[in-house]
Design a protein around this ligand. Structure first.
Ligand code: ADP
Ligand code: MG
Length: 709
């Protein structure tokens, strides 16, 4: 079962002894009584029965509870230091081993003490054994509990006994009022809150243990529903709040937009046309757009972004495009500038590697409003960057930025808003925020996006431009490297180019660099008649640029690269991709890398070199890569393999919101919770308003901030 995903509180200052427990609770996010009451068991232990030692574990290793009297208690040193305690009952004896122990345990478990122990008991060559059992010292005839014992998620230094007591106290203190009315409970067929909570903390003897275990019990359903309802209410409220903010309407689809469409060497796909229309409609509004544009690698998001920028510029405002790497920003700059500059648009370029003079010139252009379109990296969010009248913010590969960075760009206030006088002046200019378009080629399944992302509209490009031949993917054992090198040679002979991606070495950048250099040397030696380039993160920007330029121009045949090329790079003539140690990459990363080929009309191939033996997950990943090139399908499988928490990772702090509901199995509840949230907010009677506020207070407390992404 997943551990609760609460955000740990900020590190507390050293606390006096009396407070350390409080601070440990706080680390688990348990500040108030209701927090404790909603700290639900991870699982349960059945301590209601004691079996004879001889019986325990006879059916194979299974968890059992036995009771006996200590007959020996020694510290042994072979094979390592450990406490070995033997207990006996009428049927036989059991050896308990403790590899970590306190000195005081030898006293606590002195010969003659009666102990109840629970653990995975095995019958081995030397008799019955158990390692690190849970145990307690009891008196003869001590009664057994008649309910399942809850096991709570506990931080370091918090005992179950302490947590149980703290939770019991809290249950005594809180006001149990149900946030939902009897009619709502009946309509949703939900268990009352108090009954559900009490049952989960203290399940009665006759409870369906299996339903508790897999969280399908009505009591769990109530908890999940409540949690999802809180989340949906708060998402919808965030949406209302956004709509109350001011943005500049950007309604003009004028000369620039028309000319731009005319000069494009291709026509937009149906999917592109649809999302362009969705974005365009948002830009007409005078509240800020917040839209995520999802489209698989190569689906043509850049041109959609450029059209949105054209509408902003036609409407008299600036647009900014931020990309996560210099390589990508540079590529956007060239491509978009080549499209737009001939149409009279002034495009500025801003990255960290600009010389001081160039930087000052760019800043001046941005500040004066002369630059209509600004393209760059996170250098754009520095304080020194001041926009004259920023209307639209576009963030490419948005998942590569932290929430803070995205907010910083959005929060760039407009310096001057003096145009048109009268009406405009009446508006609160400080509260004007730009429209925001985020783009991602790491598709997030829609249901997941709807549940996890803060208030966000979603557009999807679900179609690739015509004329692409699908990429063929093969997994190849390392030992066949020579064949792979021959393949690279053949591709170049055919007038194509190839990428050779170096293994990911997460632990050490230095080591990764070293492997990249070695791979480069190996290929230079193996392919003496080809021109080979090397690009990695430690190169200076100008050096990187030089290599990329040579590759784009076709002057370099094979590009050896680290994952710096993961996103966005677009060289249509490259049709072969080799990924070394593919087993070390995650699915979405492999998909992104593979997306660097298959951009032209030539049939493309992706070779995943792996080192055997492969672990289970790696095998699944490589199999998925071979079976599909559909990014949405890959994302779905990735989600399956890793689970939503991992899948979203640090990308999204909103995930911290769900502790109990599991989107893989509880989708049906999401839909219901969304409907009820809608009803409650749609019809703001005093009763409904009270429901909303008490429910949010109970479930989110101070955590609603997570949603303001
Ligand atoms: P991504 O969605 O991965 O950012 P790009 O915007 O880089 O994709 O587009 C990939 C390639 O497809 C580019 O070379 C682009 O010019 C081209 N392209 C985009 N839209 C179309 C289209 N409708 N028809 C043909 N080619 C297109
Ligand atoms: Mg792109």
């Amino acid at each position: 079962m997943p551990a609760p995903k609460r955000k740990p509180a900020a590190a507390a200052p050293p606390a006096p002894v009396a407070n350390t427990r409080a601070s440990k609770l706080e680390k688990l996010g348990l500040r108030t009584d209701i927090d404790l009451v909603l700290h639900l068991p991870l699982r349960y232990e059945d301590e209601t029965e004691v079996v004879a030692i001889q019986q325990a574990g006879m059916m194979g290793a299974s968890v059992a509870q036995v009771e006996g009297v200590v007959t020996a208690c020694d510290i042994q040193y072979r094979p390592r230091r450990q406490l070995v305690v033997t207990i006996a009952d009428d049927s036989g004896q059991l050896v308990m081993r403790f590899l970590n122990f306190y000195g005081s345990q030898t006293k606590q478990l002195a010969v003659g003490t009666r102990v109840r122990a629970r653990g995975e008991i095995r019958h081995g060559f030397f008799g019955a054994e158990v390692v690190h059992p849970n145990y307690k010292v009891v008196l003869e005839g001590a009664p057994l509990p008649d309910v399942l014992t809850p096991v709570y998620p506990a931080g370091e230094g918090l005992s179950q006994i302490f947590l149980r007591k703290a939770i019991a106290d809290a249950m005594h203190n809180i006001e149990w009022r149900d946030t939902l009315s009897p009619a709502q409970l009946a309509a949703q067929q939900l268990m009352p809150f108090e009954n559900a909570v009490r049952l989960l903390h203290n399940p009665p003897p006759e409870v369906d243990e299996h339903a508790l275990e897999d969280r399908s019990h009505p009591a769990w359903v109530r908890m999940k529903f409540d949690e999802l309802l809180a989340q949906q209410l708060s998402l919808k409220r965030a949406q209302v709040a956004r709509r109350a903010k001011n943005a500049r309407a950007l309604p003009v689809i004028g000369k620039l937009s028309a000319a731009f469409l005319n000069t494009l060497p291709f026509t937009l796909t149906k999917a592109q046309q649809r999302v362009v229309a969705e974005i365009s409609a948002d830009l007409h509004a005078s509240f800020p757009m917040q839209r995520l544009l999802q489209g698989d690698v190569g689906s043509g998001k850049t041109v959609v972004a450029a059209l949105a920028a054209a509408q902003a510029i036609d409407s008299g405002y600036q647009a900014v495009l931020m990309a996560p790497t210099e390589i990508l920003a540079d590529q956007h700059f060239r491509k978009i500038a080549a499209w737009m500059e001939p149409l009279g648009v002034r495009v500025a370029w801003l990255t960290g590697s600009l010389k001081k003079k160039e930087k000052l010139a760019a800043l001046a252009m941005i500040e004066s409003g002369e630059a209509q379109l600004v393209i760059g990296t996170h250098a754009l969010i520095q304080d020194s960057v001041q926009f004259a009248k920023l209307g639209l913010v576009i963030v490419d590969e948005q998942h590569r930025f932290g929430v803070g960075q995205r907010l910083a760009l959005r929060n760039k206030t407009m310096k001057t808003v003096s145009e048109n006088g009268g009406n405009e002046a009446a508006q609160n200019t400080a509260a004007v925020v730009p429209h925001q378009l985020m783009m991602s080629a790491t598709p997030i399944p829609r249901t997941l996006a709807m549940t996890y992302y803060a208030d966000l509209e979603i557009s999807v490009i679900d179609e690739l431009p015509p004329g692409r031949t699908p990429i063929v993917t093969r997994a190849v054992d390392q030992s066949r490297r020579d064949e792979v090198i021959a393949r690279v040679h053949a591709a170049v002979q055919d007038g194509r180019q190839a990428y050779w991606v170096c293994p990911l070495i997460e632990e050490s950048e230095a080591l990764q660099l070293q492997t990249a250099t070695e791979t480069y040397a190996m290929l230079v030696e193996a392919l003496p008649d080809l021109r080979i380039g090397l690009v990695h993160g430690r190169l200076k920007q100008a050096e990187k640029q030089e290599v990329m330029d040579a590759f784009s121009a076709g002057a370099c045949h094979v590009l050896v690269a680290t994952t710096v090329i993961e996103v966005g790079v677009d060289v249509p003539n490259a049709s072969l991709m080799v990924i070394e140690h593919a087993e070390r990459f995650g699915l979405s990363q492999l998909h992104q890398l593979r997306g660097r080929v298959g951009r032209g009309s030539a049939a493309s191939v992706c070779l995943l070199l792996y080192q055997s033996p492969l672990g289970y997950i790696a095998k699944q990943r490589l199999m998925t890569m071979r079976e599909t090139t559909d990014g949405f399908e890959i994302a779905r499988r990735d989600l399956e393999i890793r689970g939503p928490g991992e899948f979203l990772g640090a990308r999204q702090s909103g995930q911290a919101m769900l502790r109990f509901a599991d989107l893989a199995t509880d989708q049906w509840l999401v839909d219901r919770a969304r409907d009820l949230a809608h009803t409650l907010l749609q019809d703001p009677t005093p009763a409904n308003q009270a429901t909303v506020s008490t429910h949010l207070a109970r479930w989110l407390g101070g955590r609603e901030d997570f949603l303001k992404v």
